[in-house]
Ligand binder design. Structure first.
Ligand code: ADP
Length: 261
């Protein structure tokens, strides 16, 4: 199944609401965790309350993970786009991604040659890859291989003649594939809806792909998904090519420094 996805207004409203709640809630969780830690320090190692305090800390940590996802979804941080070579950005994230998906699973990285530069906040690439890889890992437990690939893609009139909702242009494409469970049509239809999840309570928030979708739209890109039940899934993110040269680390800051009077 392949599908281009349509922007949903609902997502923005939910994002604003969820972001506001998550922000305040996060502060309160900080208080809870801080006090649990303080109390732990004041009792002996064998004190029976130690176990209860650990439970409090762990529950607060899980809640903080959730509010972290809500905040990412609501995009409370303003994006800081940079012109970058996706291959470099992704290469720098592989170690973290390997740790995330675990040792049992292979991660194969296939960078495309002479990839076009794109303009995006590298932290957003991090969020896209983290979410797609976590989903791939969860869908492919025990059938372990995830592939990350990049490639230049020209979408022209001819291509669009056979693809509904097609957007013409030149794109640096980033694909994440797994050979996991795949998805049925009903799942694909709801995939990018906030809070849609097929995972058990406490495991999935249903915010991962809604976040990815928001980021990609913010950067004038688009997403396609190809999936077959029992065979696996490929997500493709298309980010528009930018003509500007790739910025080196720290370059904008250097330029901004005023010298002398
Ligand atoms: P969550 O991961 O918290 O459930 P997401 O928005 O990231 O939320 O994903 C929504 C749902 O989409 C998942 O619960 C799962 O059913 C489905 N899904 C996403 N990625 C994949 C994948 N690679 N393979 C199979 N199903 C997937």
């Amino acid at each position: 199944f392949e599908q281009q996805l349509i922007k949903s207004r609902k997502m923005e409203a939910i994002g604003t609401l969820a972001g506001g709640i998550a922000h305040d809630f996060n502060n309160m969780l900080g208080v809870i965790m801080g006090h649990a830690e303080l109390a732990t320090m004041q009792i002996t190692p064998s004190h029976p309350a130690r176990h209860d305090l650990r439970q409090i800390s762990e529950a607060a940590q899980r809640s903080a993970d959730l509010t972290g996802q809500l905040l990412a979804f609501a995009r409370r941080q303003p994006a800081r786009p940079k012109v970058l070579d996706l291959n470099d950005t992704i290469s720098g994230m592989l170690k973290m991604l390997r740790r995330l998906i675990g040792e049992d699973m292979d991660l194969s990285w296939m960078p495309g040659a002479n990839l076009w530069a794109v303009k995006i906040d590298p932290a957003q690439i991090d969020q896209i890859l983290t979410n797609l890889c976590v989903n791939a890992r969860d869908a492919a437990v025990g059938v372990g291989k995830i592939t990350i690939q990049t490639e230049n893609v020209v979408v022209d009139e001819q291509h669009c003649a056979t693809h509904a909702g097609c957007i013409q242009g030149r794109f640096a494409m980033l694909a994440v594939s797994d050979k996991g469970s795949g998805m049925d049509e009903a799942t694909i239809e709801n995939l990018f809806e906030p809070f849609f999840t097929t995972k058990e309570v406490g495991r999935g928030t249903g915010l991962g792909l809604a976040t990815v979708y928001g980021i990609v739209r913010q950067n004038n890109g688009h997403i396609s998904v190809q999936s077959e039940p029992g065979r696996g899934t490929t997500f493709r993110i298309y980010l528009p090519r930018t003509a500007s040269p790739v910025q080196e680390e720290g370059e904008p800051e250097r330029r901004a420094v005023a010298r002398g009077t």
